[in-house]
Design a binder for this molecule. Structure first.
Ligand SMILES: Cc1cc2nc3c(=O)[nH]c(=O)nc-3n(C[C@H](O)[C@H](O)[C@H](O)COP(=O)(O)OP(=O)(O)OC[C@H]3O[C@@H](n4cnc5c(N)ncnc54)[C@H](O)[C@@H]3O)c2cc1C
Length: 391
């Protein structure tokens, strides 16, 4: 891509006035409204629903939904900024907003026909929480081996579905659910459907008890002969694999942003701590050994942020971003794991306790190498893309 004559491309991290204002608003909100709840939500393993209307007031449910559908008409990059800023304070809160905006909204906005968009985008923008249901007991990394069935009945569909690991399962109102309309067609039978909580046959099952992201609900989803109207197909029948691939290409950038936010939150706390904690008669931050570790961590964090911002800006520019999104997620999750582990180390024994914030950042960072495609799956995507370019 070249810039118009006389114009240099803007540095990736330079924000427009709108982006900067929005980021600051989310940061202020996270620090004043979310931070006081974080410890308790983590300890109880439950999201505080009193936050949901406040997310709505801040426009977090329709960040890049066009204003004609009741959204804020912002960019995908702004969703990324929101996810990063929320994760800096609480990764569980950030994943609720992330899955809503970068998976559920993307599926309807990018693949829904006009009628589906008109039906659901205003509801998503208005605060009905979105979720995304692809994984099953026998289908994780091999996502297109899914077995759940959708059958045409009368004027609509009957879904028999058992999904696992559904983020926002307890809070969501609207679910993008993938099922096969014809198992003999393999991945070409997979189809996406919009399913509303409370439809006949709809149940949310067991909630997982997790290492991290404890306040984010991760649940089973059971649809037992659940009736879904004909118009609720997301995209064309049999093209659900494309809907899934392309929504996850966007979603992974969101997970990268979440990892950047987690690492930033842990480092911010640690930079303060190393100035306060004294050993051998001086602050531990005065030891060169500690300074070098922090400098390395800061550099990794910035590299991760650049990968994430680049992928998000490519998406907004309508450019391919599958490779860039995979690299962003792969690297940001590795950086977050390393940086948060260092932060625990630099807190010493206190870092291992729940009295200080870094053990939670460390636990929350771990999920980055697993969901929306494990690190091995990102490596597979990257390898395929670079080998194709070389051939
Ligand atoms: C907290 C949480 C939230 C989640 N939220 C959602 C959600 O909202 N919606 C949803 O649909 N899913 C969700 N998931 C599911 C998640 O996307 C899957 O767990 C993930 O894709 C991995 O699948 P799996 O657990 O079946 O692992 P498996 O696929 O069984 O993988 C196990 C290991 O084998 C490796 N492996 C597998 N195949 C290969 C291969 N070909 N080459 C090399 N290595 C391989 C993997 O990298 C991994 O290390 C969530 C999971 C968690 C834990």
């Amino acid at each position: 891509m070249t810039s118009p004559p006389g114009l240099l491309p803007a540095p990736l991290t330079r924000l427009s006035d709108d982006e900067d204002m929005f980021r600051q608003a989310v940061r202020d909100f996270a620090e004043t409204e979310i931070a006081p709840l974080v410890h308790d939500m983590d300890a109880r393993g439950e999201f505080d629903r009193s936050l949901l209307p406040k997310f709505g007031e801040l426009g977090l449910f329709g960040i890049d939904i066009p204003d004609q559908f009741g959204g804020a008409g912002g960019s995908f990059f702004m969703s990324i900024l929101a996810v990063e800023e929320l994760a800096r304070v609480d990764a569980s809160t950030s994943v609720l907003v992330d899955v809503h905006n970068t998976l559920a909204v993307v599926a309807v906005k990018q693949f829904g026909d006009r009628a589906l968009q008109a039906k659901y985008l205003p509801r998503l923008a208005g605060g009905e929480v979105g979720a995304y249901a692809l994984s099953e007991a026998n289908s994780g990394s091999d996502a297109f081996a899914l077995e759940c069935r959708a059958e045409q009945r009368g004027g609509g569909w009957l879904l028999n579905v058992q999904k696992l690991w559904i983020t926002n399962g307890n809070e969501a109102d609207l679910f993008v659910v993938f099922a096969t309309v014809d198992p003999s067609k393999g991945y070409k039978g997979i189809t996406g459907f919009m399913v509303e909580r409370g439809s006949p046959g709809f149940t949310v099952g067991k909630k997982e008890d997790k290492l991290g992201l404890r306040a984010s609900s991760t649940t089973e989803l059971v649809l037992d002969s659940c009736e879904v109207p004909a118009g609720n197909v997301v995209g064309e029948i049999g093209t659900g694999y494309r809907v899934a691939i392309e929504t996850l290409n966007a979603g992974r950038i969101g997970i990268g942003a979440q990892m950047v936010g987690i690492a930033q939150g842990a480092l911010d706390a640690t930079l303060k701590y190393v100035g306060e904690r004294k050993q051998f008669g001086k602050a531990i931050g005065e030891f060169q050994g500690v300074q070098f570790q922090l400098a390395q961590a800061w550099t990794e964090l910035e590299a991760a942020r650049l990968l994430v911002y680049n992928a998000a800006r490519l998406r907004d520019a309508g450019q391919p971003h599958m490779l860039e999104g995979a690299m962003a997620k792969l690297y940001a999750s590795q950086a977050a794991e390393h940086v948060t582990s260092l932060c625990v180390d630099l807190y010493g024994g206190y870092g291992f306790t729940k009295e200080y914030p870094v053990e939670k950042y460390y636990r929350d960072a771990k999920i980055g190498t697993i969901y929306e495609g494990t690190s091995n799956m990102q490596l597979q995507t990257i390898a395929k893309a670079i080998l194709k370019t070389a051939s």
